[in-house]
Design a binder for this molecule. Structure first.
Ligand SMILES: Cc1cc2nc3c(=O)[nH]c(=O)nc-3n(C[C@H](O)[C@H](O)[C@H](O)COP(=O)(O)OP(=O)(O)OC[C@H]3O[C@@H](n4cnc5c(N)ncnc54)[C@H](O)[C@@H]3O)c2cc1C
Length: 483
C-alpha cells in the first residue's frame, strides 16, 4: 500500500475508534507522516509488510505493528525524528533486530519504529585499551568477525545475532555471562538521543569513574523507554589461547544444578555452564543431529592456556562425579565445540520443533545460585503436574534458567494452564529472592511483576525518572512500568 493510502485508512480508523484513547490526533499523525516522507523519502515507509515485521513476533503476545518505520543513518537524523515525533506526541519505538522476547517492539499506541540497522559502523577499535566504539545497529556476530584478526572478542552472547544497541537496551547476557558478566558490566559508555531530542554522552572511555550519577547503567536495560542509544563503547577481551568444551549427563536436574553450585563455589573459572533438561536434549538431538543420552545434561566450556583448560576440565569431571554425573566427555577441537554450541544456540528453534505449528513462549527467571537446584526441581515438577510441553534450558552458572512452553494458542484450556504456570514460576523465583527476568527484560510481558519484585517506593522512583526524562511518555510506551 502506498504511504498516502495508508494514512487515509489510518485516519479513518482513528475516527472510528475514537481518538481520545490516543495521545495524538490524526492531524498530528499526518503532520509527522508528511515530514518523514519528505525528509526520508524511501527510508520511511508505511508498507504493511515492513510494519508487520517491526512488531514483536517472537512471542505469544499479540503483534502490534507501528504506524510507520524509518531508517535513520546517523545520530543527527535520530534526533530530528525524535524532535518531530515529540512535537506531536507521536510514540517512538527503537528497533534493533527484533529478537526481544517480551513484546518489546510492539506499538500498542501506534507510532514510529526507528530501525537502527543502517547505523552499523564500527567507529573505532582501541586494542591497547581493550575497548570498541560501535553504532547501535552493529550485531554481535558482525563485531566478532571484525575483531577476530586482532585477537580480540566481545563475549556477550544471547544466542540470537542481536544488535548491540538492542542488547544494551535489554541488559542482555547469555551463555558467557558467568565468566564475563552481562551488558551491565561490559558497556563503558553510551551516546543517546533523549525524548526531547537532546543528545547525551553518559561517560568517558575511562575504565572507572566516580563522576556523578551513572547514566550509563540507567540507560542499559531501559528498553527504549528513556531514549534511543546512538553509540555504544564496549569492553573487549583477548581471545583465549585455548578452549575446552564438553557435555556431562546427570540423573536429575537437581543433581546437575548441585554440581553447578559446587563448581562455582570451588572457584573454577568456568566460561559457560549450561543446563539442558532431558526434553531439551531430546529436542536438540532431533533438530541438530546429535546423539546425546536423553537425560539432564550440562554443556561446559573453559577458557585459558592449553594446560589450564585441560586441568579445569579434569577438575570439573571430578566435581560432576561427586553428584553422580558423567562421564564428562570434552574436546578442544573447534569443529566439535562448534557443533555442540550451535546445538545449544538452536535450542529455541529445536524446542519449537517438538510441536510443529504451535507457539513458543520463551521466559526466564533468575535466583541466587544457592536456590537454583530447588527452583529448577520445583519448576520441573510444576510443568509435569500442569501437563505442559516445556523444556528447560539455562545459564545455570548465574542461577538463570529459561522455560519454553510450546502451546496451542487456539486451545483456551492450554493457554490458561500455561498462564497459571508462568505466574507460579515468577512467584517461585521472587519467593527465593530472585527476579522475574534475569536477561530477557520486562517489555510488555513482565510489567505486572515489577511491583512485587521492587515494591511501591522503588517503582515510584522509576516512574519519577521516566517522568523527568520523558514527560510526554512518547518513548516506547506500554513497556517496563505497569499502568
Ligand atoms: C533464539 C533466541 C535466543 C535468545 N537468547 C537470549 C539469551 O540467551 N540472553 C538474552 O539476554 N537474550 C536472549 N534473547 C533475547 C534477545 O536476543 C535480546 O533481548 C536482545 O538483546 C535483543 O536485541 P535486538 O537487537 O533484537 O533488540 P530488539 O528486539 O529490536 O529491541 C529490544 C528492546 O530494545 C529497544 N532497543 C533496540 N535498539 C535500541 C536502541 N538503539 N536504543 C534504545 N533502545 C533500543 C527496543 O525498543 C526494545 O524495547 C534471545 C532471543 C532469541 C530469539
Amino acid at each position: 500500500m502506498q504511504n498516502g493510502q495508508y494514512l487515509k485508512k489510518k485516519q479513518q480508523s482513528m475516527v472510528d475508534s475514537g481518538e481520545s484513547a490516543r495521545r495524538f490526533t490524526r492531524e498530528d499523525l499526518a503532520f509527522v507522516y508528511n515530514r518523514l516522507s519528505e525528509r526520508f523519502e524511501t527510508r520511511f515507509t508505511t508498507g504493511q509488510a515492513l510494519r508487520d515485521q517491526h512488531a514483536s513476533v517472537l512471542t505469544w503476545l499479540p503483534a502490534q505493528a507501528p504506524d510507520g518505520v524509518v531508517f535513520p543513518e546517523n545520530e543527527a537524523e535520530i534526533a530530528e525524528i525524535v524532535r518531530l515525533c515529540a512535537s506531536r506526541n507521536v510514540p517512538v519505538i527503537p528497533y534493533g533486530t527484533g529478537t526481544g522476547l517480551e513484546g518489546h517492539v510492539n506499538a500498542p499506541e501506534g507510532g514510529i519504529s526507528v530501525d537502527t540497522s543502517r547505523m552499523n559502523a564500527i567507529v573505532a577499535v582501541h586494542a591497547e585499551d581493550l575497548d570498541v566504539v560501535v553504532q547501535p545497529g552493529v550485531t554481535r556476530k558482525q563485531l566478532n568477525e571484525y575483531l577476530r584478526d586482532q585477537g580480540l572478542f566481545f563475549p556477550i552472547d544471547p544466542g540470537a545475532d542481536a544488535s548491540l544497541g538492542g542488547m544494551a537496551a535489554t541488559r542482555a547476557s547469555g551463555t558467557n555471562a558467568v565468566r564475563y558478566g552481562t551488558m551491565k558490566d561490559n558497556v563503558l559508555s553510551l551516546r543517546a538521543v533523549l525524548a526531547n531530542g537532546e543528545i547525551i554522552s553518559t561517560a568517558s572511555r575511562a575504565k572507572k569513574s566516580s563522576a556523578g550519577y551513572d547514566l550509563t547503567r540507567l540507560l542499559v536495560g531501559s528498553e527504549g523507554t528513556l531514549g534511543i542509544i546512538t553509540q555504544v563503547t564496549l569492553r573487549l577481551h583477548g581471545i583465549p589461547e585455548a578452549i575446552s568444551a564438553g557435555v556431562c549427563p546427570f540423573a536429575t536436574e537437581k543433581a546437575a544444578c548441585d554440581a553447578v553450585i559446587a563448581t562455582i563455589q570451588s572457584g573454577l573459572a568456568v566460561a559457560r555452564i549450561e543446563l539442558l533438561d532431558a526434553l531439551m536434549v531430546r529436542a536438540a538431538n532431533a533438530y541438530s543431529g546429535l546423539d546425546l543420552p536423553e537425560t539432564p545434561m550440562l554443556f561446559v566450556e573453559f577458557h585459558g592456556s592449553e594446560a589450564g583448560v585441560a586441568e579445569q576440565a579434569e577438575r570439573f569431571g571430578d566435581i560432576a562425579a561427586e553428584y553422580g554425573g558423567g562421564p564428562f566427555s570434552w574436546a578442544t577441537k573447534p569443529e566439535e565445540r562448534t557443533k555442540l554450541w550451535t546445538a545449544r544456540h538452536n535450542a529455541y528453534w529445536a524446542a519449537g520443533a517438538l510441536r510443529p505449528g504451535m507457539r513458543s513462549l520463551a521466559t526466564d527467571v533468575c535466583v541466587p545460585l544457592s536456590r537454583l537446584a530447588e527452583c529448577v526441581a520445583e519448576t520441573r515438577r510444576d510443568i509435569d503436574e500442569t501437563g505442559l510441553i516445556a523444556p528447560i534450558v539455562g545459564h545455570v552458572g548465574d542461577g538463570n534458567f529459561h522455560v519454553q512452553p510450546i502451546i496451542d494458542v487456539d486451545n483456551p484450556r492450554e493457554v490458561e494452564a500455561c498462564k497459571g504456570f508462568l505466574e507460579r514460576l515468577v512467584q517461585r523465583a521472587l519467593a527465593m529472592e530472585g527476579t522475574c527476568t534475569g536477561e530477557h527484560g520486562v517489555g510488555q510481558g513482565k510489567r505486572k511483576y515489577l511491583k512485587a519484585e521492587h515494591g511501591e517506593a522503588a517503582l515510584a522512583a522509576m516512574r519519577a525518572i521516566k517522568q523527568a526524562l520523558d514527560p510526554k511518555g512518547i518513548m516506547n510506551p506500554g513497556k517496563i512500568l505497569p499502568d
